[in-house]
Design a protein. Structure first.
Length: 264
């Protein structure tokens, strides 16, 4: 998706993937400085470990302890997290503005934290449910204090999901439930979904998850995880290049490649 965007804008950059061992994270970042690499995306499990090697980390990334994008500005390394803004833009650009809404967020892992941090600043009410309840209550407490808003954290169970869905405008699955190879899993019974709900499943592999299929069948509005993938990538692209990301080009390339991988 990034290479397609560089090509479309005639920017002479290339995006490559490197597998980095945990013990080598510091050396990888030194390599970025030495080779004057313009930008990096950081993925699991290094999103927290890179922080100590950077010169500046923005407030969102610092608060959630997770960096997914590094920008090298003349030798000074800046760390950001674009998952939250990626999720927000995916919702907005697909006709689901969370401003003033009640949002039910499933999960309290890395991506969920970033989404919760960004959405707290937009929504009227946010409920976070997680399999490990303490993760959800800790995150809710952190956000409540930081933004002076009442954010609720609780255990993810059939009854908490069902009860909260009754009062929610938007449901976001930010757990890995439904991700390949467990394509047929979902935490939501199809009959709990309804047409006046918007559902975003951030899982993008498979491209259409069971939850997304069930939501579509119920008449709910569906925002795909591929949209969040594209918009978080677009935010990284804009940090590195200073150019407006060509969203349609990135969306097309992301979908093409995800579908190719899915067929294997
Ligand atoms: N679309 C995008 O741009 C985008 C961006 C980032 C991530 N993602 C996707 O989002 C998903 C989560 O990623 P992450 O980085 O946040 O991972 P993570 O930090 O490992 O968090 C995983 C989350 O899933 C929950 N979970 C795992 N298995 C579960 C189960 N069987 N039942 C209920 N909850 C379960 C975990 O709950 P516990 O705390 O109880 O373990 C935790 O909340 C992945 O599928 C990833 O590919 C998508």
């Amino acid at each position: 998706m990034h290479n397609a965007a560089f090509k479309a804008l005639k920017i002479d950059y290339v995006f490559l993937a490197f597998r980095v061992k945990t013990a080598e994270v510091g050396n990888a970042i030194s390599g970025m400085r030495a080779l004057n690499i313009r930008g990096l995306n950081v993925t699991m499990p290094h999103k927290n470990a890179v922080i100590k090697y950077l010169d500046n980390v923005d407030q969102t990334a610092k608060s959630i302890g997770s960096v997914n994008t590094i920008h090298n500005r003349d030798g000074t390394l800046f760390g950001f997290n674009t998952d939250g803004v990626g999720a927000l833009n995916a919702l907005k650009e697909n006709g689901t503005d969370p401003k003033g809404k009640t949002v039910l967020l499933l999960g309290a892992g890395g991506a969920a934290k970033a989404i919760a941090y960004t959405l707290t600043q937009e929504v009227d009410k946010l409920v976070i449910l997680n399999r490990t309840a303490k993760q959800a209550t800790d995150l809710a407490n952190l956000l409540s204090q930081k933004f002076n808003k009442k954010i609720i954290g609780d255990a993810l169970s059939p009854s908490t999901v069902k009860d909260n869905l009754n009062y929610s405008n938007i449901l976001i699955n930010a757990t890995s439930v439904g991700m390949k190879p467990n394509d047929n899993q979902t935490s939501i019974e199809p009959e709990w979904l309804k047409p006046n709900l918007a559902v975003m499943d951030i899982v993008y592999s498979p491209v259409e998850t069971k939850l997304a299929k069930d939501a579509k069948a119920s008449g709910a509005k569906v925002v795909s995880g591929v949209e969040m993938l594209v918009f978080q990538g677009a935010a990284s692209f804009e940090f590195w290049t200073g150019c407006k990301a060509p969203i349609e080009v990135m969306r097309k390339a992301a979908l093409l490649n995800l579908l190719r991988v899915q067929k294997r």
